[in-house]
Structure formats: C-alpha cells, structure tokens
Write a protein that binds this ligand. Structure first.
Ligand code: 15L
Length: 265
C-alpha cells in the first residue's frame, strides 16, 4: 500500500512516521512547510490544505491516507475554516478523484467534549462539540460518512484523546493514547477488510476512561499501554480546579469562553 501522511511535521505525525515506514516501506509525507527531519524512506510533498491543486498533487497515486493535517486546538474561526473545513473537504474530494481506497481521519475527543465525565459514550452518540475546533472535527466525521456512503471510500474516524509517552494530568488518565496504540488503530483503518465507515475512540487501556471502544476491540484493537501505571504519580500532583472543565470530558476546551453569551461579551 502506498501511504500518505498529512500533518507529518506535527507532534503526532513525527511519532507515527517511523512506525508507518516500518509497516509500509516508503511513505509520502506532507505538510505546509518543508520538514527539517526528512528520513530515508520518506518522500515529501508540500501541501497547504486549503489549496485544492496542492492537495490533489499530494494524493496522486496513493492507496491510503492518514489525515492528521489541520489546526489541532481551539482557534479563531477564519483559521479553522481554512485548515479544518476547506482543508478537510479538499482532502476527501482529492481522495475520491484520485481513486484512493482508504482514509483514516484524525478526529478528536473534542467533537464530543461536552458529555459529562459520569457518562460512558460510544461511537454512536450525537456530537457535542466543546469548541469551534470540535465542530470542525464533527464536520470531518460527517464528510467522511458522506464519502463512504456515496463514493465507497473506506473511512475510519479516530476520536483521539491525548497522544504522548505518558498521561500528563488527571483528565488525560482517562483519554491517554500511547503512539503504538494509535498505530494499531491506524493499521485497522488502513487494512481491516470490514471497514466501510467507522468512528473509533483513540484511547489506550485506560481504567478511568469514559469511552466504550468495543467496536475497536471487535476490529482487533488490543491496546498495550495502561494509564493506571501512571496514576499514582499523576494523582500526587496538585492541579488548579476548573469548575466547568472538570465536569466535562473536554476539560479546558469546555471552560474556555464558557457563558460568554451569544455576542461573546
Ligand atoms: C486534541 O484534540 C488536541 O489536538 C491535543 O492538542 C490535545 O489538546 C487533546 O485534544 C486533549 O484533549 O488533550
């Protein structure tokens, strides 16, 4: 399979690249700006996601795309509109036009961040975005469903928690995702024969988790990392309380601008 990784220069992209090279050999990597650390086995194509011509060039001859590209936190609407709405549309449309078979879309827990922490949610719950950023991720999931149902693209949306070597705070004990576990989910999206359209949660084996990820397990996902191994150290740290953020799964993304009123004042 010829694989394209978008957003290859970001933190998650840099972690995935060696694992993708190992699994698929030569990979194509893209980002807006040239990558300072291009490795043997990687070919680079520059692509500003809001430029459909550049995106079409990046997906040419590709079988499977891992789409991490875009703006990865809350931000001003004009920025999110370009990177995550127009950019995501350009990516799916270029994939369809080029006959790409599979897309793994990096969605986010922030598409469902306003669910309370007491509630366990599965992939079928209505979206409850906690930010403009979360809305763009819900848009990407909807777009993925359209391209799967109408055009037969095989699409996997990963509602990723927080990727890193270890959970960095209490909230992340519930949503942490070790990079090797992320790679397992990516491979399921790129290879599993039953994939048509799936929403899966990007979480490791987290005893304090909020997500029912049975569907991922049914597809063969067996997370190896356990956030509980870090719990004692994380719980020993003092964290500033966040009256709104601590109630909801999305944490600080929920409390930012909370109650500002419709005109933002
Ligand atoms: C995300 O979607 C962000 O991309 C990442 O930077 C973290 O903020 C993460 O969510 C999180 O919820 O911890």
């Amino acid at each position: 399979m010829k694989i394209l990784l978008t957003g290859a220069g970001g933190d998650v992209g840099r972690r995935l690249r060696p694992m993708l090279r190992q699994a698929y050999g030569e990979i194509r990597v893209s980002d807006r700006d040239p990558l300072p650390d291009l490795h043997p086995g990687e070919s680079f194509v520059a692509a500003e996601l809001s430029d459909p011509v550049a995106v079409a060039r990046a997906v040419e001859g590709i079988d499977g795309i891992v789409h991490l590209g875009g703006f990865s936190v809350e931000g001003p609407w004009p920025v999110l509109l370009k990177s995550n709405i127009e950019g995501c549309y350009n990516l799916f449309e270029a994939a369809r036009a080029a006959g790409v078979k599979r897309v793994v879309f990096a969605s986010s827990n922030h598409a469902v961040g306003f669910y309370p922490r007491e509630q366990t949610i599965g992939p079928a719950v209505p979206v409850r975005p906690d930010s403009r950023y979360g809305v763009t991720k819900a848009f990407g999931e909807a777009l993925g469903a359209l391209y799967a149902d109408k055009f037969g693209l095989r699409v996997t949306c990963l509602r990723i928690g927080n990727v890193g070597d270890a959970p960095i705070d209490r909230r992340r004990l519930a949503i942490w995702l070790h990079p090797a576990d992320l790679m397992q989910l990516v491979r399921i999206g790129l290879e599993h024969p039953d994939i048509r359209y799936e929403v899966l949660y990007g979480a490791s084996d987290n005893a304090r988790g909020w997500w029912d990820n049975q569907r991922a397990r049914d597809l063969g996902y067996r997370p190896q990392a356990r956030s509980e191994d870090f719990a004692a150290a994380v719980l020993a740290r003092v964290e500033a309380p966040d009256a709104v953020g601590d109630r909801y799964q999305g944490g600080a993304f929920c409390s930012q601008e909370f109650g500002a009123g419709p005109s933002g004042d």
